[in-house]
Structures are given as structure tokens and as C-alpha cells.
Design a binder for this molecule. Sequence first.
Ligand SMILES: C[S@@+](CC[C@H](N)C(=O)[O-])C[C@H]1O[C@@H](n2cnc3c(N)ncnc32)[C@H](O)[C@@H]1O
Length: 215
Amino acid sequence: MRIDVFTLVPHAYAWLTEQRPVAAVLGGELELRLFNYRDTTPLRSGQVDDEPYGGGAGMVLRVDVVAAALEAAYEADPPGRVIALTPKGRPLTQAVVEELAAEPELTLLSARFEGFDERIVEHLATDSISVGPYVLSNGDLPAMIVLDSVARRLPGALAEGSAELESFSAELDRGLEYPHYTRPAEFRGWTVPEVLLSGDHRRIETWRREMVKVT
Ligand SMILES: C[S@@+](CC[C@H](N)C(=O)[O-])C[C@H]1O[C@@H](n2cnc3c(N)ncnc32)[C@H](O)[C@@H]1O
């Protein structure tokens, strides 16, 4: 799949692209393109935002700037879903991540300060997504959350089976995964559940199913 991110800080994505799972699928299952609104802004001196009509604090990302960025990247309409990252959007859940990972193309729009001119959300975006009921300073951490969570669903991102059986997966009825333990078997008197040391795979499977927490 291809993910295009529109941002003011493309360099901020360098860290994420060096980490697995994004690094594992980049150039293969995932093509990532980063666009800087400033490169295509029709305004002078790289201006991208402006004061809000009606007054008030903060600056608002301009609709003409985002339209120019999309036109420069796609010439015609963007080929897939265009997602505005905003606290007012649809909450991001694992089911939404799986839905997005099935798309061939995604466009992510990041804003900052007061956020988007509402016409961007209404007319240029097809969707809006929130990464949680709290406010971050810009849409780049949310865009990276979408990128990471979608990338780990792509073939080759993880060891086989890891993404199928984890918290919020359909396989676990969207519940929270059972606990994991590793060596040592005892530390400061804290022991590992006996069943996990038993070698009895049927009992282990039953125990793990019992330990899944319903959400
Ligand atoms: C400071 S926020 C703007 C908050 C906005 N004035 C409000 O009260 O809803 C700046 C930008 O960060 C991004 N952002 C902040 N929190 C977010 C969240 N929970 N989910 C998705 N994007 C978020 C959005 O792109 C947003 O436009």
C-alpha cells in the first residue's frame, strides 16, 4: 500500500521509518511519501496558516494551502481516502486500523496550532480520525500512530502470527491479550504460573484463553 503524509515537519518521520515494523515493510509492502505544505503553498514566504475569522487565539491551517498541496501531489483527486487527523474525528481502534490497512492508498493530513480550516475537513478530506480523547500539539504524532499501527498489519512486518493474536484482535474477540512471562522462572519470590512451565500445550492454550480480558 501507499501512504502519503502531508505535514510541516517531514524530517520528524525519520525516526519512525528507521524502526520496525515500518522499516521492515518500507520499499516493499509500504511506500511512504512525505509532503511539506510549505513546498507548494501559494502564499509568500512559505506561509501556511492564518488568523481565525471571528478572532481568538492561535493560527488555522489554510484551505488553499492544503488544496494546493493535494493538487501538486495528485494533479487529479487523491486516489484513496484522505484522512484529516483531528481530536474531533472518528476514534482510532484496532478495527479501524485493520480497515485502513486493507486500503491500497491512504492520505494523512496533519495540522498544528488551532487546527484545520473546517473546509479542509468538509471538502478535501473523506474521513477524520482521532487517536484519543486528548489534545496533542500537532497531527504528526497521530499520523505516526496511524502509520505504525497500519504498517504492522502488512505482510512481512511482524513474525508470522504475531499480529493475529494480540490485544484488540478479532481472534481474541477484541479483548486484552493474556500475560507473558520469560526467564527467570522465579525472581524475588515472584513465580511464573505453573501451567506455562508444564509443557502441556492444551492446558496452556486453555489458560491463555481464560486470561484474555474482555474490553
Ligand atoms: C492543538 S490541536 C488543535 C485542537 C483543536 N483546536 C481542538 O480544540 O479540537 C492541533 C492539531 O493537532 C492534531 N491533533 C491533536 N490532537 C489530536 C488527536 N487526539 N487526534 C488526532 N489529531 C490530533 C490535529 O491535526 C490538530 O488539528
